[in-house]
Design a protein around this ligand. Sequence first.
Ligand code: ADP
Length: 431
Amino acid sequence: MAASAPLKLRERKGAAAALPPWRVLVVDDDEQVHAMTGVLLRDFSFEGRGFSMVSAHSAAEATAILQTDPNIPVVLLDVVMETPDSGLRLVRHLRDDLKNHDIRIILRTGQPGEAPERDVVVGYDVNDYKAKSELTAQKLFTALVGALRAWRDIDTINRLNRQLLQSNEQLEMKVAERTAELVESHDALIRAKERAEVALERETSAKGQLRQFLSMVSHEFRTPLAIIDSAAQMLMMRATKVDSGMLTRLETIRGAVSRLIDLIGTCLADEQLETGRMIVQEQALDLAPILRAAVAHHQAASGGRQIELEMGRTTQVWGDSNLLPLVVNNLLSNALKYSKDTPVSVRLRASHGGVTLSVRDHGIGIPATDQDRIFERFYRAGNAHKLSGSGIGLHMVKQIVDLHGGSIALESTENQGTLVTVHLRTPPRDR
Ligand code: ADP
């Protein structure tokens, strides 16, 4: 080691105090080398940091220091100490056993002949090789700065790697969490699907039972109802001559029987429409006689309620002769049922390449909150419960109108009345 006059190697004196110094491990069995290096280091500063020396007088002592403090950035290492190659052994131990690949090793030998530079640099993982004799203060400073720069870059790369690793771990955790959530919602969906399938199965079987029940009702009820009706009719013929009070009661019986027969018919038709078992047979059909017959029938059945019928010249439609009377009868029967002592009007007008049938009453009306659902099966408005009904009629009417490619609309105000309009197509030749 060349001892020279103090060199002006400080960079910025003020900043050096604030930051911890660069620690340099000096491994040498010569106390004088420690003393000299200490003096030189006191004068150095790099990137605003001074230098401090950590001393070891043998390879064994250096090993102990580096085991507890592996973050020392640079070591100035003598070769010949306890043994002629203890410095070189320490290099191996540091790199291979302690796995310290960051520390920069500057080999500083007094007897280059013992450890020739070329062999050492190739055979050992050292970063610099200096003869003690060539190490002036300036050369030592240059060697240390070079080593520290390399160490700082390695340290930065290590830090970035750690951060990258950390973000990867966080990312993997997030992916795992999200995957677990997805698995959970997938399982929940499967459970919901299974529940829905069970519910659907139950509903299908319940519908099947309902269908069986309806067909049983139609067959079993229709015959006794027809017998009751014809018996009442026969009794009426005799009663006129004998007892007028009995005549009224018999009329009541016939009215009730007729309502029951209508209800059964509506239920069956609605069910057949719903299950697609109803075949629509469209043909050119004159609505005029159907409307007249319906008006006459309802007038009689309602004890002579006023029903106005107004028809334009176009009365032909393209429709099914069994289904369209059901539409007319249901709308008329509703208009009469949900109004009292006020006239009901039925109109048939040509419109938009078809005809519009409208039935208007001045009855209880349908509350605005019920109007959206009024065509649903079994749905009844909140103000209708005092009057008997099943909630099937309008559902059936809508299905028939839809099957005819028509449309149905409803305007209603509670306590003022209701207007139902049905648009139907005219026969193809009239369009
Ligand atoms: P319902 O057998 O109950 O009369 P509908 O299917 O024919 O069944 O009608 C469904 C519901 O629509 C009725 O319960 C009633 O609340 C309402 N509604 C239908 N027509 C009228 C009307 N002209 N005036 C008032 N409410 C009506």
